[in-house]
Write a new protein. Structure first.
Ligand SMILES: [Zn+2]
Length: 168
């Protein structure tokens, strides 16, 4: 998977979307400090381009983004991870992979956050894992985590496929 191909795949799978309303940004109900912090930080950037600064801001708090917020930010996040800036910073891609390969006790939460992605959008994440699996640095850094995330995403994609038509 080449970064050029992945960028095209992401651009065609994700229609442009505005940042969701403030109340629909956080994943957790009230009382989560990180959700409150993230909500305010995102709100202060409403209407501005989703750039590297914004991705860096939220990369450690991905578990506090709602399904709507994930759907909004995902194409920007994946595209950002293909830039030289992200290659240099590294943390953003790393945290995304950790979020995509959750431990059993967190799987239901991640499935909830991924509930608005269609199968094509899930495949963009799978393609991103393929890209990392062939990346000079990442393939050596945490191949097991990339595999774990890929397996989890594969399972989500299979669950999205409609059941075969019944023979009649
Ligand atoms: Zn939270």
């Amino acid at each position: 998977m080449r970064s050029e191909d992945l960028l095209i795949e992401v651009a065609s799978a994700f229609p442009p979307m505005e940042m969701p309303p403030e109340a629909e940004l956080p994943f957790h109900a009230s009382g989560c400090f990180q959700c409150e912090w993230l909500k305010e930080a995102l709100e202060s950037r409403r209407g501005k381009p989703v750039d590297g600064d914004l991705i860096r801001l939220l990369h450690q708090e991905l578990s506090c983004l709602s399904a709507k917020a994930w759907r909004w930010v995902a194409p920007h996040y994946i595209s950002y991870c293909l830039t030289p800036e992200a290659d240099y910073n590294q943390m953003e891609a790393e945290y995304l992979v950790y979020n995509l390969g959750p431990e059993d006790k967190f799987k239901a939460d991640v499935l909830n956050r991924f509930s608005l992605f269609d199968s094509r959008q899930i495949r963009c994440f799978i393609s991103f894992m393929e890209y990392l699996a062939n990346h000079e640095y990442w393939s050596d850094y945490f191949p097991e985590d990339i595999r774990k995330a890929t397996d989890f995403l594969d399972a989500i994609e299979r669950s999205r496929e409609s059941p075969p038509p019944s023979a009649s």
